[in-house]
Design a protein around this ligand. Structure first.
Ligand code: AKG
Ligand code: FE2
Length: 163
C-alpha cells in the first residue's frame, strides 16, 4: 500500500487549551500542516481554523457534536502528486472557555518509501515531489520548517511551490 501498511504508525494526542485573557495576542496552536498521511480530530468546541488559499483568509471549522474533522496531511498531498492538498491550519485562543481536542495522526512506517503514485502523475506535469523514506521527512522536521507547509515544499522537485 502507498501508505506503508502494515507498518503505519498512529499517535493519539489530547490537546488542552485553557481560556486566555488576551486571545488576540496569541494562538492556541501555530499555523502548520500535519506531516503524516491523514489526521482525525474531534474538537470539543470551535477554535480550529483552516487557511483558504484562494481567498487568503482563515476559516473556522464548524463544531458538530460527535463529528470528526478529517485533515489531509502532507504524505497524502505527495502521494496524490498535489491533487489532494494538505491543509494549513491553526487553533485560535479564546477568553471564555477551555477547549479540548482529541487528535489521531496516521503516519507511514519509518522505512516506507514515499513518492507520487504513478497513476496520479500527469505526464505533462511530471512528479511534483521527490521520492524519500518517511524517516527523512521526520529528520527534516527536527531541523525546523514545519510552519505553513514549508517542510512539504522542501521535498518538492526543484523546490517549487505547488499551486
Ligand atoms: O486542536 C485542534 O483542533 C487541532 C490540533 C492540531 O492541529 C494537531 O494536533 O495537529
Ligand atoms: Fe494539526
Amino acid at each position: 500500500m502507498l501508505w506503508g501498511y502494515p507498518n503505519i504508525q498512529q499517535t493519539i494526542t489530547f490537546q488542552f487549551y485553557p481560556p486566555c485573557p488576551e486571545p488576540e495576542k496569541t494562538l492556541g496552536m501555530q499555523p502548520h500542516s500535519d506531516i503524516g498521511g491523514i489526521t482525525i480530530v474531534m474538537q470539543e468546541a470551535e477554535g480550529l481554523q483552516v487557511f483558504d488559499e484562494f481567498n487568503d483568509t482563515w476559516e473556522l471549522v464548524p463544531h458538530y457534536p460527535n463529528a470528526f474533522v478529517v485533515n489531509i496531511a502532507d504524505q497524502t498531498e505527495i502521494i496524490t502528486n498535489g491533487r489532494y492538498k494538505s491543509s494549513n491550519h491553526r487553533v485560535i485562543a479564546n477568553s471564555e472557555r477551555t477547549r479540548r481536542s482529541y487528535v489521531t495522526h496516521y503516519h507511514p512506517g519509518l522505512d516506507h518509501k514515499v513518492f507520487p503514485a504513478p497513476e496520479l502523475v500527469d505526464a505533462k506535469v511530471g512528479p511534483r515531489y521527490r521520492e524519500f523514506l518517511y524517516k527523512e521527512y521526520l529528520q527534516a522536521m527536527r531541523v525546523g520548517r514545519v510552519l505553513e507547509k514549508r517542510l512539504l515544499q522542501s521535498f518538492a522537485i526543484n523546490n517549487s511551490v505547488i499551486s
